[in-house]
Design a binder for this molecule. Structure first.
Ligand code: HAM
Length: 415
């Protein structure tokens, strides 16, 4: 074959698209319960937005962005995540003038030049939420309750909620120094990336999956034990609210997240059914980002879910989806075709999904097609049926058959 899709990007075809639609519809329904409205931002932005927003020493910015010059020589990037764009739009559109908190959700493709494997792609899809203008930890807990309700509404179980706090611009620098001095005599076991980053971004070492780096993590100073009073109080209250809401969770002091904008609360939801790429959703607070982007001081928090990972977990549970055809109209002869065309349009206008045999063919081959489509009913229309004004209606699910008046097909369905 001449053309193939690019490595790490996927076609999503029926019947799997039905599962995608279900996930999106459940997300819309659940997010609405918590006051979130949809926001749509461009897939392409100036590169600088992500470099500054996500952080120059992160994996995403250093190695994973799809960046290219446009025809006027400006550097553009396909969005690797949604938060930076939503923050830009929040400021550019003056959304901070609306009553706080402002709550948004989005869904769509993201692009990262990663090594593709199961659950990790170069074009992948996120469903994300962002809430602006409230620093109370009740918002953090409410967001996790919403995430849990969403995942449970899809029938998922066996998920682990992990939380951490990574402090604020006040308590993080002294912690950073402590971590650097702890790591200083362990540099010979760090991977080349961590070695390079260890002074600029030492927290990344805690998140590194390379065995050498893993081996030094255990005794590393824990950030939750070095929080300032305000951050510690915020974290305690957050955990208290989670308890009140009956949300079991673990503290993971090593969870520092791969994006630099986070402050205070961070969280991840993992599933042991996913293998190496086990994060279903992840997020946290980013109380400084709106200000850093030139907006007013605005605390904020959000998360994003990997849709492909949800699909992997759900398609193991869900039966294969059918196309949802209600009626298949099989016809014989030219008069039959005419009547089939008229009837199919009539039934569609009552809201039924109708398919018909296009070029006719034998009754047997049309019945076979109806069966493959998983239609509930087949109507058979030939010259005799038109003469008598009664058509044959077969219920494919139970095999029963009856005659119904051709000019009264709608009321058959009403019944
Ligand atoms: P993230 O942890 O980079 O956070 O991505 C969130 C989720 O997207 C991951 O947990 C995973 O399910 C999915 N994901 C990430 N990369 C891939 C990939 N290459 N292939 C498939 N799925 C992937 C963010 O993107 C933040 N913007 C989340 C956030 C929103 N924080 C605050 N607001």
């Amino acid at each position: 074959m001449k053309y193939r899709s690019i490595k790490g990007v996927q076609d999503i075809v029926p019947p799997e698209t039905a599962l995608w639609q279900k996930i999106e519809n459940v997300a819309k329904r659940i997010f609405k319960l918590y006051g979130y409205s949809e926001i749509r931002t461009p897939i392409i932005e100036f590169t600088d937005l992500f470099t500054r927003g996500i952080g120059e020493t992160t994996d995403i910015v250093e190695k994973e962005m799809y960046t290219f010059p446009d025809r006027a020589g400006r550097s553009l990037t396909l969005r690797p995540e949604g938060t930076a764009s939503v923050v830009r739009a929040y400021i550019q559109q003056g959304l901070y003038n609306r009553p706080a908190p402002q709550k948004f959700y989005y869904m769509g493709p993201m692009f990262r030049y990663e090594r593709p494997q199961k659950g990790r792609y170069r074009q992948f899809h996120q469903i994300g939420v962002e809430a602006f203008g409230e620093q109370d930890p009740l918002l953090d807990a409410e967001m996790i309750a919403m995430l849990r309700r969403f995942l449970e509404s899809l029938g998922m179980s066996g998920l682990v909620f992990e939380v951490n706090s990574i402090g604020c611009p006040r308590c993080r620098p002294p912690y950073r120094e402590k971590l650097i001095s702890y790591l200083s005599d362990k540099r010979d076991v760090l991977c080349t990336d961590c070695l390079r980053r260890y002074e600029k971004n030492p927290l990344r070492v805690l998140d590194c999956k390379v065995p050498g780096c893993q081996s030094v993590k255990g005794n590393a100073p824990k950030i939750v034990e070095h929080l300032c009073n305000e951050c510690s109080d915020h974290f305690q209250k957050f955990r208290g609210y989670l308890k009140e809401m009956g949300i079991p969770h673990n503290i993971n002091p090593l969870m520092v997240r791969g994006l630099d904008y986070y402050t205070r609360t961070t969280f991840e939801v993992t599933s042991s059914d996913l293998g190496a790429q086990n994060a279903v959703a992840a997020g946290g607070r980013y109380d400084s980002l709106v200000k850093e982007f030139g907006g007013p001081h605005t605390p904020a928090i959000g998360f994003a879910l990997g849709v492909e990972r949800l699909v992997v977990l759900l398609s193991e549970k869900e039966p294969p989806y059918k196309t949802g055809t209600d009626v298949f109209i099989a016809f014989l002869g030219e008069v039959g075709r005419k009547e089939a065309i008229r009837l199919s349009e009539k039934l569609r206008s009552t809201g039924l999904s109708v398919e018909m045999g296009f070029s006719g063919g034998s009754l047997k081959s049309q019945m076979r097609r109806a069966d493959k489509l998983g239609a509930d009913y087949v109507f058979i229309i030939g010259e005799d049926e038109i003469k008598t004004g009664r058509i044959i209606c077969k219920h494919l699910t139970d095999g029963s058959q009856r005659e119904i008046p051709l000019n009264d097909v709608d009321s058959f369905f009403m019944k």
